[in-house]
Design a protein. Sequence first.
Length: 177
Amino acid sequence: MLDTMTAIAAATPWTQTLQRGDVVLFNFPCADDGPVKARPCLVLEVGRVADHAFAEIAYGTTATGKANRGWEIHIGAVAGMAMAGLDQPTRFVGFRRVTVTLDSTLFRMPRGRKTPVIGRLDDAGLERMNAVRARIWAERDMAAERRNERRGVTEQGVPVIWRGGAYKLSAASKGAA
């Protein structure tokens, strides 16, 4: 029975086992006209929309300059680098991320492998990644709230109509309702 389960697990495509915290090789789009470079990227989210599986991934770099900063996950400890499949200290920049479908041709398979997954964050890296993810989600929520306020949409998602125009509820009137 165990041999059968091992065969099934080995046959499962990487697109079905990919999860937050995995490190993948990906040709991250860059603005410069230099050669495309497969780089380690961190999977921040995995999901599905209709029949399409996607991942939100963060840019990985070994550069220590001031460019590409914001919401960073640093992997520098030898054990953490080994677990993540990295050969040198790397930082993943949560501020610089893209969402791609898992059938994207930009994923790169290391020679002799059938998966772009090269490793996974250790516990300390996962903790920092979750803090960065929380910040990203908080920023998204605040942006959505600002958009709704500009459109005159209430917390329940229904526009408030008052004498033919949108009426913004004040804090006092929200409590009275």
